[in-house]
Design a protein around this ligand. Structure first.
Ligand code: PLP
Length: 377
């Protein structure tokens, strides 16, 4: 199998599996119980919180462990303080975890504004700036797009928000950015930041929300008061420990993996364009190093995906974690008619190599001869 859908999910590092087993069997205790074994687990969780704060370069903030990136995004959107007639701004390019939360807030009567994106997937800064004023309570713009890999200039967004919307809470969904590009929350100056384990080789079902010191949000889950009262429920100790293990491995190998992925994407892009000049690259220059989104001519992305699957190649067509098959991005990328149905997302990990990519390009060209652009000519 050649797996090129790492933006949908990644293979878990085997070391994380050891944590999952250890903390579900040997060390299975409830961290809230008063005996020593439980206290030791509580202490371990606290030290992992610190690890993440260090890794995010925001040591005086708070980390709330959640069951996913989706939950952390929901916490940010629903938990951030709002007032009557307050404005909420989210970018049109957000993952559904933010986008649909914003839509739900709109249905509840909130004044939600969607900031347009450019055709590469990054938010249009001018249009975003036009929406800022004193009434804005929340701004949520993702750090890197899961559709194209486009990087948003979050520090510039924060600078503008602090000037023109000083009461606003700033949230950024960093699910695709964290451990794919350098992330320094001190420089980004956000109040809330989301990460998700399964995008960086930790298990599925664990994520975190960073909260800047002094920023207050309301809980979304009520109960026993775990996670500083913001996210009640017995801590998923094994998953949190596995998250920490993946974080350590990811950080230790960051530079090496960053260059490797950047190199792979560039190799693939050049090879693909050379073999298939009509393929349009959607991902902009300023993207994370592991995603290349491409629009193929006269073929549906889904058709190409299944043709490649027969050769053991797994790719994405975007929004794989959404059950809604009709992507709103087709329109947003402003592609011509011939290309608008043919979007495929290739996303890489450090486990890919160039000979795999040679094979993938070869198979794409064959598929296009049989079903795509060449068939019409
Ligand atoms: N945000 C972004 C940008 C994503 O890419 C994803 C998953 O694809 C999520 C949020 C949701 O994360 P999770 O799958 O952990 O709920």
């Amino acid at each position: 199998m050649i797996y090129l859908d790492n933006a949908a999910t990644t293979a878990m590092y085997p070391e994380c599996g050891e944590d999952l087993i250890k903390y579900s069997s040997l060390d299975f205790f409830n961290p809230s119980a008063p005996y020593a074994k439980s206290i030791a687990l509580k202490t371990k969780i606290e030290s992992i919180r610190k690890e993440f704060l260090e890794s995010l370069h925001a040591p005086d903030g708070e980390i709330i462990f959640t069951s996913s990136g989706t939950e952390a995004d929901n916490m940010a959107l629903f938990g951030a303080k709002k007032w009557k007639n307050a404005k909420i701004i989210v970018s049109e390019g957000e993952h559904s975890a933010v986008y649909n939360s914003a839509k739900a807030l709109k249905e509840r009567g909130c004044n939600v504004n969607f900031a347009p994106i450019d055709k590469g997937g990054a938010v249009n800064m001018e249009k975003l700036a036009e929406l800022l004023d004193e009434d804005v309570a929340l701004v949520s713009v993702m750090h890197a797009s899961n559709e194209t890999g486009a990087i948003n200039d979050i520090s510039e967004i924060s600078r503008l928000v602090r000037i023109y919307s000083p009461k606003a809470v700033i949230h950024s969904d960093g699910v695709q950015a964290y451990l794919k590009m350098p992330v320094n929350l001190r420089l980004l100056d956000v109040d809330l930041y989301t990460i998700s384990g399964h995008k960086f080789h930790a298990p599925k079902g664990v994520g975190a929300l960073y909260i800047k010191k002094g920023v207050r949000i309301r809980p979304v889950l009520y109960g026993g008061g775990q996670e500083m009262g913001l996210r009640s429920s017995t801590e998923n100790v094994g998953a949190i420990c596995a998250l920490s293990t993946a974080n350590a491995i990811g950080n230790a190998n960051f530079d090496k993996n960053y260059s490797k992925k950047r190199d792979l994407v560039e190799y693939f892009r050049l090879k693909l364009i050379d073999a298939l000049p009509t393929a349009q690259i959607i991902s902009p220059q300023n993207s994370i190093p592991n995603i290349l989104s491409v629009a193929f001519e006269n073929i549906r992305g889904e058709v190409l995906l299944h043709i490649l699957e027969k050769d053991g190649i797994l790719v994405g067509i975007g929004s794989a974690c959404s059950s809604n098959k009709e992507s709103r991005f087709k329109k947003l990328f402003k592609l011509d008619e011939g290309h608008s149905e043919g979007i495929v997302r290739f996303s890489f990990s450090e486990f890919n190599n160039k000979s795999e990519l040679d094979f993938v390009v070869e198979k794409i060209v064959l598929a296009m001869h049989e079903f795509g652009e060449f068939k019409r000519k």
